[in-house]
Write a protein that binds this ligand. Structure first.
Ligand SMILES: [Zn+2]
Length: 375
């Protein structure tokens, strides 16, 4: 961080000397590629304290996120009673794409969206969106803990709907089919338990096209061993080899470049599948061997704002009685804190029957709507 700053000052000084008449920021930006938050800071040159308060709230919130399962929807509200940072912790599998979208009542209001990955001892930022973006997505290459952070610009006001979901990073590999056609899963026993299934089986009529799940080149196309007629697709993203087995016919040849959705062959039951009904055996092999292909291709449904009601009308709520604030929006999540009767909390948003709130001491969590007055 410090090194980066020094470099920036050095570059800026150098360029100021060389191009005294040219707008300094523009030139320095092409070299240092400033982050959206850094660009925003420039607007507060004469109001440093205002910016620092906002920035400190962001930094403090990294220790303090709520827990959610995907798909997740929240009707929220930006307001000045308690300027808030929205911070969600999410567990994700290799092959899933973390995706977040926001719809704001005031489209000109800027927001800062970031994605962090947990790295054994700290949160590392892996992606951020420009302040005028309303969508961010990140392909997960390593299963683990991730964090989505949303902070509105200083003084932001108005309602919004936030949708956080996971999508598969690859295209579904059988034409016209979806999740319900998957009939056998990763690690199912094979050969009487002597080996385990290193892939998923997708059932479809003989002759149904099998499709390139992503772009890449054909590493091998031919007939051999228990896989019968098979295609190996080498991909750049993740460095994976994608394996299609038991094909009836093959439509590609070694070395061919293919795009996502191209036909590689047709569903059949060649190899050791000759006694079963036609299906595609679909596998993915990474640097350290076979990985579960399901998260790479499992289809997810869109999150609709209308299925997330909004009951709140006031922004500062009080507990009706003793109330448990939980780490996530359900009774099964950990209790973070016991709120006292008549304790004030600021409203951040609503997920179904749970309100996302912030206490006077700055802790965020969820409280059942029934326990709050004004909701
Ligand atoms: Zn199989």
């Amino acid at each position: 961080m410090k090194k980066n700053m020094l470099f920036r000052l050095f570059a800026a000084g150098l360029l100021a000397a060389a191009f005294a008449c040219t707008p300094l920021n523009k030139i320095a930006d092409t070299i240092t590629n400033p982050q959206p938050r850094d660009l925003y800071a420039r607007e507060f040159r004469n109001m440093k304290t205002t910016f620092e308060t906002w920035d400190n709230a962001h930094n403090a919130s990294l220790e303090n996120g709520v827990e959610i399962n995907l798909p997740y929807g929240e009707k929220g509200v930006f307001h000045s009673i308690e300027p808030a940072v929205y911070n969600y912790n999410i567990n994700l599998s290799t092959g899933e794409m973390l995706s977040a979208d926001i719809v704001k009542n005031n489209p000109r209001q800027r927001i800062f969206m970031e994605i962090y990955a947990w790295d054994e001892s700290k949160w590392n930022k892996v992606l951020n969106a420009a302040a005028d973006e309303t969508h961010i997505e990140y392909p997960v290459m390593t299963a683990g803990r991730y964090k989505f952070v949303l902070q509105p610009e200083i003084g932001a006001k108005g309602n919004f709907f936030l949708a956080i979901n996971k999508k598969p990073v690859y295209h579904f590999p059988v034409a016209g089919k979806s999740n319900s056609a998957i009939g056998s899963f990763w690690a199912d026993p094979r050969d009487g338990g002597r080996r385990s299934h290193e892939g998923i089986d997708i059932f479809a009529k003989r002759g149904t096209p099998v499709l390139a799940a992503t772009e890449g080149s054909i590493g091998f196309a031919g007939e051999r061993g228990i896989g019968g007629k098979q295609v190996w697709l080498r991909t750049g993203l993740f460095g994976n080899s994608v394996y299609y087995a038991h094909l009836d016919r093959i439509a590609v040849s070694d070395g061919m470049r293919v795009h996502t959705g191209d036909t590689l062959g047709f569903v059949g039951n060649t190899g050791n599948a000759k006694t079963t009904v036609p299906h595609l055996h679909f596998g993915i092999y990474g640097f350290s061997g076979a990985v579960n292909p399901l998260p790479f291709v499992r289809q997810t449904s869109a999150i609709l704002a209308k299925s997330f009601p909004q009951h709140f009308s006031v922004l500062q709520l009080k507990t009706k009685m003793k109330a448990r604030m939980r780490s996530g929006p359900a009774g099964s999540y950990a209790i973070l804190q016991e709120l006292q009767p008549n304790e004030s909390v600021a409203l951040l948003g609503q997920h179904k029957d749970w309100l996302h709130v912030k206490t006077g001491s700055g802790k965020t969590g969820f409280v059942s709507r029934k326990l709050l007055r004004g909701a």
